[in-house]
Design a binder for this molecule. Structure first.
Ligand code: BGC
Length: 757
């Protein structure tokens, strides 16, 4: 079989590609597309095969040489026959993801520049390469692995979300890749769902603001060196899977869909997000890939989304293979395309391309429908500079790739995201002179620190441990004098061989517990109880009368009800990435004060999850009081080392009209001798409305600095129109006149809305 080798040396590739390059440069000139007319002329001159190819996205391994067991051969090299099938026969327009695991920067630059040039030559239009860059360019070795989204949300600092996206964009672009499948905008309402840590948590407003900031960061129009196309996913409501299991059905009504799950996508569309990925799930019996009401009626017509709508992995085939809403591939393709999908993540065969081609040829699908999708795909390619040669993979200098500056930024994000949930007797910060014993499976484990999407899909491979970053234990041993370490065995193994002298000699035991990395289907769990052995470890240490500091590196909340009273301090470290070890050590040792706040309600019991924005009737308890919202920690929980006091809230006016803006001032005071950041969260509750109101909803937030022993005023302007929610007619947002309450920390105020809208 003929093969085309990808060399791993840049200059060699340049020589290999030299002959092609001359032809390509002139080809690129031909392909310059400047105006709409030109774009349409271009589409009109394309063959049906070429159009169908643009709508097809395949997985990289489909083009690579494989071993007998089907796995990719390393170092990677292209299989000429496969390449010819994809580019010459099927005219494929997009390629995605990686070859089993992360590849070096040089290899990526070769892969992407080779594919770019080959597709220009053989298809006439460069391929659009897309990748799961979930917390940085995680499939490029040596890239900066940032904190996952949930930790970014906990910072309540939009500029950090934009910063994270900017770093990821820069390093993805350095790899020659112009398109990231991020951010996740699914508001999560089921703590069992495996992708919990990849979301911005349970709140709609927070997810919307953070999502907008990330889209801005990725698509940074003013900063071409760090500009990629973003992809908001998974449309829609995927964080509310009934069973908590990935890809299972969602049962929600129109109002919840519109008020809870749609706004973050609306925000992304308002920022010009280039693409949206559809969730695999079905909603109320209809797979979203076949839901033209949602895809066309809501997303395109109502929200005005003009970008590329891409399927998720294999989900057009899944309409008949898994969902069984149709009986054949022909029907599946017809339904999906007529429902509004532009590009199909096939990803491992050409069944889709063959079927779509036949359907259009036989007039079973409209040409104009295909042309509309091709137009949107070419617009995206044009926007990122693929059509005019301004984006050339492998070109450009990226000196900041994986470097100190990006590491420092990711450290700042982790520092601001970590949440201190308990600090009894002010055991924290720890003194660097204390005798500290460190134990627990997350104390010295970079894979738990980074979670899934870290060099591999599931992030469980051992080579991540070779990365030159500090675990919590390593960071502590560099900073404190008397650190002993009980190795990173599981709690069960540790308890079996425990050295009680070591325990008794320590003044403080730092227990770091984390969940084994997982995402998507492999991460489904039947229970979110903390493993019994982890509980036994805490109970054992408590029986020995020790001061215990618990660090949790969790990808989803684990029930800690019984052990919480046994420990003195708890820091939620989320899935903090490579800088997390140092950030957590610095917080625990008092180099900075924690300022993260929980972006979700941490459940106290298995199966009893209630978001803070619940309905009044849900708050009714067994004694017929109204205190059933009893999470382990409420949404917004998080303390620092100094106390921040809130003064009375003052309003510019307490009677407002629908077009007014609510102006709020709140004075906060730092009562300590250390500076500290503070997230000021503003909640608003509509006292009465025909569609039952939530007890309160986040309406604004600001992260501010506070100086030791100083006060400052924080101001908010909230347009009344933004408080509207879906009314009796599910297609319209309304606000009834009446009283509204404002809650900021332990303060409250009220205003009267004189007229409805
Ligand atoms: C996931 C997406 C991901 C895609 C491509 C899917 O299975 O749901 O989040 O972007 O695969 O890898």
């Amino acid at each position: 079989m003929a093969r085309v080798c990808i060399k791993t040396h840049r200059s060699l590739t340049r020589i290999l590609l030299f002959v092609g390059a001359t032809i390509l440069l002139s080809a690129a000139g031909d392909h310059q597309v400047r105006s709409e007319d030109e774009l349409w002329r271009r589409i009109n001159s394309m063959s049906l095969r070429e159009k169908v190819g643009q709508m097809t996205q395949i997985n990289l391994p489909l083009l690579l040489q494989r071993q007998e067991d089907g796995s990719v051969k390393h170092p990677v090299s292209f299989d000429a026959t496969a390449l010819s099938l994809a580019l010459d026969s099927f005219k494929v327009g997009s390629v995605m993801n990686t070859a089993d695991h992360a590849l070096s920067l040089e290899t990526w630059q070769y892969i992407t520049s080779f594919l770019h040039e080959q597709s220009e030559e053989r298809v006439g239009i460069p391929i659009l390469y897309g990748i799961d860059a979930i917390h940085g360019a995680n499939y490029t070795s040596g890239s900066t692995l940032l904190p996952h989204q949930l930790m970014i949300a906990a910072s309540f600092n939009d500029s950090l979300a934009a910063l994270a996206a900017g770093i990821s964009a820069y390093e993805t672009k350095a790899s020659g890749i112009p398109w990231v499948f991020s951010p996740i905008l699914d508001v999560v309402r089921n703590p069992y769902w495996v992708q919990f840590f990849e979301t911005f948590g349970e709140d709609t407003y927070l997810a919307k603001q953070m999502g907008k900031a990330m889209v801005r960061g990725y698509q940074a129009v003013n900063s071409p060196s760090a500009q990629v196309l973003a992809c908001a996913k998974h449309f829609v409501a995927v964080g509310d899977v009934r069973t908590g299991k990935d890809r299972t059905p969602i049962d929600i009504g129109e109002r919840k869909l519109r008020d809870v799950f749609l706004p973050p996508f609306e925000g992304a569309v308002s920022e010009g997000v280039a693409s949206i990925m559809i969730g695999t799930n079905e909603i109320d019996g209809i797979p979203t890939h076949a839901n033209s009401y949602l895809l066309k009626g809501v997303l395109r017509d109502e929200l005005g989304f003009e970008g590329v709508l891409i399927s998720d992995w294999g989900d057009v085939q899944n309409l008949y293979r898994l969902h069984r809403s149709v009986a054949s591939m022909e029907e599946a393709v017809k339904l999906a395309i007529n429902s509004g999908i532009d590009m199909v993540m096939v990803p491992n065969d050409f069944e889709f391309s063959k079927t779509l081609y036949e359907l259009v040829l036989n007039d079973e699908l409209d040409q104009a429908r295909i042309d509309a999708s091709v137009y949107r795909i070419l617009k995206a390619k044009q926007a990122i500079g693929l059509l005019d040669g301004s984006f050339l993979p492998g070109e450009g200098d990226f000196p900041r790739f994986g470097g100190e500056e990006h590491y420092k930024s990711s450290y700042e994000i982790a520092l601001e995201g970590a949440c201190l949930l308990k600090n009894e007797g002010e055991v924290l910060p720890l003194s660097a002179d204390s005798k500290i014993l460190i134990c627990g499976n997350a104390s010295d484990d970079l894979s738990i620190q980074n979670g899934a999407w870290s060099r591999t899909w599931q992030g469980r491979d051992t080579f991540i441990h070779k990365e030159p970053y500090a675990t919590i234990y390593q960071a502590f041993s560099e900073r404190a004098k008397n650190v002993s370490f009980a190795d990173r065995r599981s709690s069960a193994a540790w308890l079996e061989g425990v050295n009680t002298n070591m325990v008794d000699e320590a003044e403080v035991i730092l227990v770091c517990l984390g969940e084994r990395p997982a995402t998507e289907k492999p991460g489904d769990v039947p229970s979110i109880d903390l493993p019994a052995s982890d509980q036994a470890l805490i109970e054992f240490l408590h029986r020995r009368g020790k001061t215990i500091v618990l660090v949790m590196m969790q990808s989803r909340p684990r029930i800690v009800r019984t052990i919480e009273p046994l420990v003195d301090a708890i820091l939620m470290g989320f899935v903090p990435g490579n800088s997390g070890g140092e950030a957590i050590a610095d917080l625990l040792l008092g180099k900075a004060s924690p300022s993260g706040k929980l972006p979700f309600s941490y459940p106290r019991y298995e199966g009893l999850y209630m978001p803070y924005a619940h309905k009044h009737i849900e708050a009714m308890d067994t004694n017929y009081g109204m205190s059933a919202y009893q999470p382990q920690w409420a949404f917004g929980s998080g303390i620092g080392y100094v106390e921040i006091a809130y003064d009375e809230i003052s309003l510019a006016s307490d009677t407002l009209q629908p077009d007014d803006t609510l102006a709020i001032d709140v004075r906060i005071s730092n009562l300590g001798d250390q500076g500290q950041k503070e997230s000021v969260l503003v909640f608003i509750a509509d006292r009465v409305s025909k569609v039952t109101p939530e007890v309160k909803k986040l309406a604004a937030y600001k992260k501010v600095n506070t100086l030791p022993n100083r006060s400052r005023t924080v101001q908010f302007s909230i347009p009344i129109s933004e408080l509207k929610s879906t009314g009796l007619d599910p297609r319209s947002k309304t606000l009834e006149p009446g009283w509204f309450d404002i809650f900021i920390a332990n303060r409250s105020a009220s205003f009267y809305l004189a007229a409805g809208s």
